[in-house]
Design a protein around this ligand. Structure first.
Ligand SMILES: [Zn+2]
Length: 262
């Protein structure tokens, strides 16, 4: 081990939730039903543990899901109750939503939930003091190299909520910062993933990575071009990232563990 930390984060939600600006469609859960067992097996085969940001609504629809995540040694964290653009949800309504989600997750695991991530990485700083009251320790909704988050950061500091951020890299083709996670696994060739992972893990002391169970299956709908992807490629690319963690001696831990909690 080289003292460097790698955090795997998973969002537990319906299949590719529609973006707020897209036409809304019925939720499907093929990722939970068929993709999650693939992800669990992969993580087991590497003895890696991840942090699972779970929607309250999904946890209630699949009553044994949260206890299984917990039983396998992963961290259960909160992703709100409904998958919405929370930047547009009024303060009191949002506080109630997250309280309800927290109660569902805690009753299903039997212990406190301390981590939080907003859907779509869309922030609402009014929630941060409420998170503290509910017993949360950290939030991971910020993106690296994002501008205009100073007031969110100030509010988190005064509320006593630790902020992690989601790792991004400068994509050579798009000339923009891209999240280190599922999108690139769906879009890039294995040799590209290998090069990105090698460079990122070499240069950072801490790296976070995100993925969704629906990325391991063929989506039951194709709304836009990016909904067409090869789940076999995703699996192959994901293993390249995990192998690179091993090769570089990264310590793969949950976010709760980074903060010294078991
Ligand atoms: Zn989400």
């Amino acid at each position: 081990m080289n003292g460097k930390k790698f955090n795997l984060t998973v969002d537990i939600e319906p299949d590719r939730p529609p973006l707020p600006e897209e036409v809304q469609r019925p939720f499907t859960y093929k990722g939970i039903e068929e993709g999650l067992p693939i992800l669990f097996d992969l993580l087991d085969s590497y003895h890696f543990r991840a942090t699972f940001f779970t929607l309250g609504e999904t946890a209630e629809l699949f009553p044994s899901l949260v206890s299984e995540i917990d039983r396998r040694g992963h961290e259960v964290a909160c992703h709100t109750y409904y998958h919405r653009d929370c930047s547009k949800v009024p303060e009191q309504e949002l506080a109630e939503d997250v309280k309800q989600a927290t109660e569902v997750l805690q009753s299903q695991t039997g212990h406190p939930v301390v981590g939080f991530r907003f859907p779509y990485f869309r922030l609402n700083g009014s929630l941060l003091p409420r998170l503290k009251e509910l017993g949360f320790l950290y939030d991971i909704s910020l993106l690296e190299f994002a501008n205009g988050c100073q007031s969110y950061e100030r509010t988190a500091r005064s509320a006593g909520i630790h902020l992690f951020s989601n790792t991004r890299y400068l994509d050579p083709e798009r000339h923009m910062h891209v999240r280190f996670g599922g999108w690139m696994l769906r879009q890039k060739r294995p040799d590209e993933i290998q090069a990105i992972a090698r460079a990122l893990l070499q240069e950072r002391a801490a790296v976070s990575f995100y993925i969704h169970p629906w990325e391991f299956i063929t989506l039951p709908f194709q709304v836009n071009a990016e909904d067409h992807f090869d789940p076999k490629l995703v699996k192959e690319n994901f293993k390249i990232v995990l192998d690179e963690c091993l090769r570089q001696g990264m310590e793969v831990v949950t976010l709760r563990e980074v903060l010294g909690r078991k």
